[in-house]
Design a protein around this ligand. Structure first.
Ligand code: AMP
Length: 424
């Protein structure tokens, strides 16, 4: 299958070849034709599958085929749960529309609204937005969605996890009833199905499982270690292994900060990325990591979700996630596309039940190693860490754009009950 045979315009094919893509990914193969036919689509796909191009390419094709008024009302709205994802989707829209006469913009919270408002006033065809800022600007009369022809709801499951249902409903009410709808979600809970039922009109259903979550392709190992010795052990592993690009997961924002500071003190360049960091700080941390200036990126699940981080040789779980599926998503950051990857987990006694839950989910026992000098504490309690312990309170609404949840699940039927008190 080629991009040409999917029926995309020459201008789009040129942009695709500039990006270096040669063949469509499975989700692109499945989603692009029905979107081009004007149908509603319900797609099961997560980050890493090429889903963004799966909806962006046909969307741009449809808009450019049928140019409209000169003043450029917003004709396509792409709603995403987080600003990182919004920025990434927007970057893709820009690249794919390079040879088209279409204008696009992105709006999200946490930054000054003035430049966003100024761009919108000039008229744009495609808007990528997070719900909070979109509704703010709509209330101020800066955004009108009355001419939207195509609506994309990206990462719908995470939208619901983050408490955006009411916001989504409000956005939908402000658009014309007759429009094309595309909905992407990694999981399909009852709530998602209900949402899909309310939004989509006889949708074509497509599905793609990401290549990067095949657990078998990744070497996994558990280091049993006393809680207080974890920092020493991670520094030893990174320094002695001379690892250059390591993604480390912690459960909390404070944990991420603390670990980053300790790494820096021991001479390892590190940066933290989580919901309390400003947009600028997050962008800087990510670009430093991508360019190799920063050796270690310490992230919470929510901050890492949706990040376009290329193939990584090492992922370390400084702490195990309490949601087993988050483990699968974390380690899916390594061993992509057949490249070798290693996922290590530092596990203390109080994480034993998390480890068991993960092993049950991935249906394998993880090999355990103990490093001399970093032994587990034989007297430590195996009682699980209490949720919310030592964490910050957060309100779902205030948190709308500066945090996201890792809910990138492959199999919803195995998804544990969520703890509403869980924080990242
Ligand atoms: P996404 O799932 O949309 O976040 O995309 C994941 C990554 O795959 C991004 O870095 C895209 O640039 C890349 N990508 C998307 N489509 C293709 C393709 N057909 N061939 C190669 N890479 C792709």
């Amino acid at each position: 299958m080629s991009f040409q045979s999917l029926g995309l315009s020459d201008a789009l094919l040129k942009a695709i070849s500039k990006k270096g893509y040669t063949t469509p990914s499975p989700i692109q193969e499945k989603a692009i034709p029905p979107v081009l036919e004007g149908k509603d689509v319900l797609a099961s796909a997560q980050t890493g599958t090429g889903k963004t191009a799966g909806f962006t390419l046909p969307l741009l094709h449809l808009l450019s085929e049928n140019p409209k008024a000169k003043y450029r009302p917003i004709r396509a709205l792409i709603l995403t749960p987080t600003r990182e994802l919004a920025a990434q989707v927007y970057a893709n829209v820009r690249e794919y529309s390079e040879f088209l006469n279409l204008r696009s913009a992105v709006i999200f919270g946490g930054v000054n609204q003035k430049p966003q408002a100024a761009t919108l006033r000039q008229g744009i065809d495609v808007l990528v937005a997070t719900p909070g800022r979109l509704l703010d600007l709509q209330n101020q009369g800066i955004v009108s969605l009355k001419r939207v022809e195509i609506f994309v709801l990206d990462e719908a499951d995470r939208m619901l996890d983050m408490g955006f249902l009411r916001d989504i409903e409000r956005v939908i009410k402000s658009m014309p009833e007759k429009r094309q709808n595309l909905m992407f979600s990694a999981t399909f809970s009852k709530d998602i199905k209900k949402l899909a039922h309310g939004i989509l009109n006889h949708p074509v259903q497509v599905e793609a499982t990401p290549e990067n979550t095949t657990v078998d392709a990744i070497t996994q190992k558990v280091y049993r270690v006393a809680k207080g010795l974890k920092t020493g052990l991670i520094i030893k592993l990174i320094s002695e292994g001379n690892w250059k690009q390591v993604l480390v997961f912690t459960r909390t924002k404070h944990g991420a900060n603390r670990l980053t500071e300790k790494m820096m003190k021991s001479g390892i360049t590190a940066a933290a990325i989580h919901g309390n960091k400003s947009q600028g700080a997050r962008t800087k941390a990510l670009s430093g990591f991508k360019s190799g200036r920063v050796r270690v990126l310490v992230a919470t699940d929510i901050a890492a979700r949706g990040l376009d981080i290329p193939l990584l040789p090492h992922v370390i779980n400084f702490e195990l996630p309490n949601i087993s599926e988050d483990y699968v998503h974390r380690i899916g950051r390594t061993g992509r596309a057949g490249a070798s990857g290693e996922a290590l987990s530092l596990v203390s006694a109080d994480e034993t039940s998390f480890l068991r839950g993960i092993e049950k989910l991935i249906e394998m026992k993880l090999p355990v190693q103990i490093i001399e000098g970093f032994e587990p504490d034989p007297n430590a309690s195996t009682a699980p860490i209490k949720q919310g312990q030592g964490r910050q309170q957060r309100s779902p609404r205030n948190n709308s754009n500066n945090s996201n949840r890792n809910s990138n699940k492959k199999n919803n039927s195995r998804r544990p009950k969520r703890n509403s008190d869980r924080r990242n």
